[in-house]
Design a protein around this ligand. Structure first.
Ligand SMILES: Cc1cc2nc3c(=O)[nH]c(=O)nc-3n(C[C@H](O)[C@H](O)[C@H](O)COP(=O)(O)OP(=O)(O)OC[C@H]3O[C@@H](n4cnc5c(N)ncnc54)[C@H](O)[C@@H]3O)c2cc1C
Length: 460
């Protein structure tokens, strides 16, 4: 058996899609024998919050053509699908399909194994949770793991990903079993078909839960409550981007950009194209659009535009959107524009109080509450031991507007005193305050490639 050293060249904290992408790129690029540790306590590698769903009704919300692990091999996930489903494969058709999410984690693990077999570097997977970090005397990083082990590395990639927001009201401890996180797919799948369910949140996780319940033949009523009641919108059948000059958008302030985007969407529709084609055109510019806004406009965006932006930007398979509409039309699913105010146990049921914007209160009796409120973005609200430790000990500080943590354009962590810790790199949703667009695979693979290249360089 290979001995696992406590001293590594590179430590990757988090083995979801982001951490696996960093490991994959580092293994492929390494030109000598470096030791890479990948620390992950849960499930199988590559799964994380998004791809741990095991059943086929949980689909990717991005088509196959856009999910390659490698920017320079854009068809790699398509090639993987081809190898997997050879007998019924027509590449042009599959490119725009939405395949089950677990297939994406399987793809990442296969590519990781292949990279390991051909690499000069060694990957050590450590099944534990990093809870604290320190600086070492030689300029490296020390990590304390939950089970007591201490490891050191010359550099670190922080890939801890998505943390779920809590319910707007904390459930009583005696209700805990019946309050289910939408990302706890096995628990969602165990909801009885005749249970009355309330889903809090109306975004992509709500869509996942509805479709999972539907696939299991759920026949009781489902209430969806959300303060804005905006439902996920569908991708267009025609995925090609509209053609317009994006430079003019960059010159405008937020109000001007929104006005122009609405005009462009109307124009596209008048020409027989979809409004989605306009979003496709600006999709690769998400970070540039955010970074070129004044801080004041960023705040306005967060307060007034973000919810509308999110539903137009993060879309779902049109077939799934049609299923959700059908569930609403049948009356089985009721959408309430309201906030959750209180939840208590009442006999055998849960009594949930919701109130609409006009102050009108309503009581719903249910068997289960599903938390589909989405990703927690506020640095101080994140319940995460390592992150809290970093913030409390000055290794990190919150990002702009308190979102995520502050990083440089190359992902280097910025300490509380403003010092740049360029041997600590951050990937993914923690960079949202600096980049806004830092959640999906196209951004993660680019960040992973850069982090892998830079950290290998540092290990020389
Ligand atoms: C439900 C859902 C569906 C999505 N669908 C898509 C999609 O179809 N296409 C797309 O492009 N994007 C999608 N996304 C966006 C998604 O954020 C990324 O694609 C990607 O999964 C993020 O990976 P990550 O590794 O950054 O985070 P995560 O997937 O959250 O993984 C983080 C990992 O870090 C581990 N970890 C956390 N803290 C520690 C610690 N202290 N020590 C050790 N390990 C730790 C966790 O256990 C976890 O495994 C989806 C997101 C969600 C939430």
């Amino acid at each position: 058996m290979q001995k696992v050293p406590d001293v590594f060249d590179i430590a990757i904290v988090g083995g979801g899609a982001g951490g696996v992408l960093v490991a994959l790129h580092a293994l492929r690029r390494a030109s000598r024998a470096v030791d890479i540790a990948l620390v992950e306590p849960m499930g199988e590698l590559g799964e994380g919050a998004a791809y741990s769903a095991k059943t086929p009704e949980y689909l990717l919300n991005v088509p196959v053509a856009k999910m390659s692990a490698f920017a320079r091999l854009p068809n790699d996930f398509l090639d993987y699908q081809q190898a997997r489903h050879l007998s019924r494969f027509v590449a042009a058709e599959w490119a725009w399909r939405f395949v089950p999410r677990h297939e994406y984690a399987e793809y990442l693990r296969l590519r990781l194994r292949q990279a390991q077999e051909n690499s000069m570097a060694r990957l050590h997977v450590i099944r534990d949770l990093a809870v604290a970090m320190t600086d070492t005397a030689d300029g490296g990083i020390g990590l304390r793991l939950e089970r007591g082990r201490v490891m050191t590395a010359r550099s670190m990639a922080l890939c801890i990903g998505n943390l779920q927001k809590p319910l707007p009201v904390e459930p009583d401890p005696d209700m805990a079993e019946r309050c289910i996180d939408a990302w706890n797919y096995a628990k969602v799948d165990s909801i009885p078909h005749d249970a009355r369910v309330i889903i809090v949140g109306s975004g992509l996780s709500m869509a996942d839960t509805l479709l999972a319940l539907h696939a299991q033949g759920h026949d009781a009523a489902i209430d969806v409550v959300s303060r804005h009641a905006l439902l996920p919108l569908p991708h267009a059948q025609d995925q090609a981007p509209a053609d317009f000059d994006t430079d003019e958008l960059m010159r405008l302030d937020l109000r001007g950009r929104m006005r122009r985007l609405r005009e462009l969407a109307a124009l596209a529709q008048a020409q027989g194209r979809s409004w989605q084609s306009v979003m496709e055109r600006i999709r690769p510019l998400g970070q540039e659009l955010w970074c070129s806004m004044s801080s004041q406009d960023q705040r306005r965006f967060l307060r007034h535009v973000r919810r509308y932006w999110d539903v137009h930007r993060h879309r779902i398979d049109p077939a799934l959107e049609a299923s959700i509409r059908a569930m609403l039309d049948s009356g089985q699913v009721r959408l309430h524009r309201a906030g959750m105010r209180a939840a208590t146990v009442d006999g055998t049921q849960l009594r949930v109080e919701v109130s609409a914007g006009d102050g009108c209160r309503r009581t719903l009796w249910v068997d289960n509450i599903v938390n589909a409120t989405g990703v927690e973005l506020g640095a101080h609200a994140m319940k995460h031991a390592l992150l809290r430790h970093c913030l409390q000990n000055g290794y990190a500080r919150p990002g702009p507007h308190g979102l995520g943590i502050h990083t440089m354009p190359d992902g280097s962590l910025v300490a509380a005193d403003g010092n740049v810790r360029n041997h600590c790199r951050v990937l993914g949703s923690l960079r949202i305050g600096d980049l806004w667009e830092s959640l999906a695979i196209p951004e993660l693979r680019a960040q992973a490639e850069q982090i892998a290249r830079d950290l290998l360089e540092k290990s020389r």
